[in-house]
Write a protein that binds this ligand. Structure first.
Ligand SMILES: CC(=O)[C@@H](O)[C@H](O)COP(=O)(O)O
Length: 268
């Protein structure tokens, strides 16, 4: 089924075609072995890695890097922990050296309680990084105007939040996420952060989002490997449901039992 879906419904980021619609973070797992098993169980093909946490040159960094390489997952380095555009740009440049990729998940955090992106710094850093040849995946809010500025800056993928990082709340603002999807039908949109349960992933995938990125809901689950699998299936189920065009909800009942002599809708 996976292969059929890929042919009929490919997901493309900056020219790279993917089968899985789940991206996973790699932080705060109970052990490297559980992280590796979770990635395998999920089927995800892209993992995001913080340069700050996984310093490539250190011994721990080397073994972590080896583990990711053995899994065959593509690395999307991130600028987690950066508070200014300048810091994020410098971190992205180091990540390009360490991880040998021009992909960067751009985070510029502007507020401590919510870890909300500083959207001004984000746009500034995105412009500079695109000009420097990076393929930028900006972690942003669900604001339409900011999304427009990021696209103008040259980003070809957007990653709006569902809720604050690590909160596990699911979608805080359904209207805003729907509006974003409707405004940018051709742009790959990935919901990143705040998803707490597979049902949250299904919800955004059913809205037409292209993929989901998450970390805490898997790494802090009682059984991260099983939860990773559940999220992989949820992303796929939500996508299938979106493509199958869900029915429109009604206020009143409508009998679902076939009427005698008219077993199918298109038979008169
Ligand atoms: C790992 C990573 O990139 C996080 O910054 C990301 O935003 C995930 O957030 P959750 O931990 O809420 O899933």
């Amino acid at each position: 089924m996976q292969e059929l879906m890929t042919e009929a419904d490919p997901l493309t980021f900056y020219g790279a075609t993917l089968r899985s619609r789940l991206l996973l973070g790699t932080a705060r797992y109970p052990s490297p072995a559980i992280l590796a098993d979770a990635i395998r169980a999920s089927g995800c093909e892209i993992v995001t890695v913080s340069l700050r946490r996984e310093a490539g040159g250190s011994r721990a960094g080397e073994s972590f890097w080896g583990l990711i390489r053995d899994l065959g997952a593509r690395v999307l380095p991130n600028t987690a922990g950066c508070r200014t555009a300048k810091e994020a740009i410098a971190t992205a440049q180091m990540a390009r050296e360490v991880f040998e990729t021009d992909w960067i998940k751009l985070e510029v955090i502007g507020e401590e309680d919510t870890l909300q992106p500083d959207v001004f710094g984000l746009v500034e850093a995105a412009k500079a990084l695109v000009a420097d040849g990076f393929k930028v995946f900006p972690y942003t809010t669900d604001d339409l105007v900011v999304a427009e500025k990021l696209l103008d800056a040259g980003c070809k993928v957007l990653m709006p939040w569902a809720a604050p990082i690590g909160s596990g709340r699911g979608v805080n603002n359904t209207f805003a996420l729907r509006a974003l999807r409707a405004h940018f039908p051709e742009t790959p949109l990935v919901v990143d952060a705040g998803l707490g349960a597979p049902s949250h992933a299904v919800t955004v995938m059913e809205m037409g989002y292209d993929a989901v990125l998450l970390n805490t809901a898997v790494s802090r689950a009682g059984d991260p490997v099983a939860m990773a699998r559940a999220f992989g299936l949820a992303a796929e189920a939500g996508r299938l449901a979106f493509r199958a065009k869900p029915m429109t909800p009604r206020d009143m009942a409508e009998p679902s039992t076939p009427v005698i002599g008219r077993p199918f809708e298109d038979m008169l």
